[in-house]
Design a protein around this ligand. Sequence first.
Ligand code: FES
Ligand code: FES
Length: 178
Amino acid sequence: MTPSVPTPLAARTPPLAEPSAWHEISLTVNGRPVTAQVESRLLLSDFLRDRLGLTGTHVGCEHGVCGACTVLVDDEPVRTCLILAVQCRGTEIRTVEGLAPGDAPLTSVQQAFHECHGMQCGFCTPGFVLTTTALTEQSDRPDGEQVADALSGHLCRCTGYRNIRRAVCQALGERFGE
Ligand code: FES
Ligand code: FES
């Protein structure tokens, strides 16, 4: 069977006031090709939210402290408030919208957060879920220190972290057959 070609994702382009300061970038977002004109200074967070309408990427502190804006860039967790869109030319980006699109079943990580009540307001959740997804995609099981290190870059104002830790443990346990 011939694999279906993903439909390009349309990016909104504001009026080009200073054309010399704009760059064309092509990248893949949630499996779909995107080509867009971006200003040099445009943050990836603003590109995803304002140009592509992917508002599941939440912006909290805007300076790399809270982790809410984390997405996966070439499978690595990256804070989108600290990287420019133009730096992501040619990369593959996954946002929370791409984990279980449409009617697709939740991923095991999303299911674990759901079952363990690993969220309250949900503001921090996309970042936690994407970082946990990256942990489950490693070939070797991360040890406790590596898990703590990965999660230490995420702040949650609601849950007290206990249920988030349970969700992460459940997801890792399922992935590594414990
Ligand atoms: S908004 Fe990016 S780390 Fe807080
Ligand atoms: S669930 Fe509200 S900030 Fe984490």
